[in-house]
Design a protein around this ligand. Sequence first.
Ligand code: FES
Ligand SMILES: [Fe+2]
Length: 431
Amino acid sequence: MLSQEDNDILTQVGPGTKMGELLRRFWMPALLEREIPEPDSPPVKVRILGEDLVAFKDTDGRVGILDNFCPHRLAPMHLGRNEKCGLTCIYHGWKFDVEGNCVDMPNETPEKEFSSKVRMKAYPSVIRGGVIWVYMGPEEKISKPPELEWSRLPEGQCYATKRLQQNNWAQAVEGGIDSSHISFLHSRNMDKQPDADKKIPINKYHQDGHPVVHVEETDYGMRIGGRRKAEEDSYYWRFTQFLVPFYTMIAPVGNFEDSRNEPYNGHAWVPIDDENTWTWSFGANPHRAYTEQELSDLGGDEGMWGPVDDNFRPVHNMDNNYHQDRELQKEGNYSGIQGIPNQDAAVQEGMGPIVDRTKEHLGSADLAIINFRKRLIQMAKDLADGKEPEAANQGNWYNIRSVAIVLDKEADVDEGAGDLFAGGEIRSAAE
Ligand code: FES
Ligand SMILES: [Fe+2]
């Protein structure tokens, strides 16, 4: 349970809000590189943290992320012409380069022309892991992007996708660090449904619906261990990583005894505004390239994190009740909804765009969620008091992995699995 005041701090992300200012200290995934695939391709609208922006790739291949409202009379720039090293407003022809400089003002006579005095809001960007990242904070506070392994691996060993989620970002993060829901929301009777959701193997150890949740606070966020009964003398541990402000790494599936050579997936929940979120999903396969089949199963618009339409809106959505199938439910699919991300979206969006946290009843299984809220609210308050978030300047903290492993009941976690949490070597800052 949270006070109304703290719930507002946690969920409001517009310019000038406490959380909005905190999030602006961090680089964020803004759009997929393939949305603006080549020089002079059509510009696209991007809305992040309640700001309407436009992204385009200019004739020289440089990426610009600008205000979407032309500074002349505020016409939308995403309808503009992208050509000859700049984006031109289709209303009166004012033209801007990727840095937001006005480079042409053709509706003014040369004597009255004042283009040198007009500048558009422009945010820095970098391309990593097939994603265009944006920094929307104060210029003097800019640092390097986080060294997340998936954003640095060679093409073919990583993927990134996004889908629209119609609720507040914190609500979505809370779903991502909620270990105990997996045994319910995502469970199914595999005997009866050999083909359902076959893209994700579900571990036999998930039958234990009462995981003991261990939360360890770290410099980058939290290591969340869900401990389930395995055999007589062992536990099955799934360690989800949470990295401030909105990343998770999900414990791998595949080899259930030891995930060391397995690929892993994760998410980033980037606020579009207070009531909408981009749910990013990514994968890292540090030890080999994904096969083509794996990449289309995971990374495509029709893959595991979809299906989505051309605007990245899920096909199963609140307007069609997520195509919940009561027959399927009777047969053993716990939710009656196909696809893990659709199951998550159904319960998270169904709470309403901003859940009223003053009305909740949290239990011991919600420990990670409680810690997440405390941590982020404190960071937002600290920044308002002048204390900068250290993690925004420590990109190397993000070079870690999630882990799934069966350990002896007596084993110490750090001794048994400690070395598995480190990410791969950082060879170069790929900027
Ligand atoms: S509104 Fe854009 S040039 Fe006039
Ligand atoms: Fe889930």
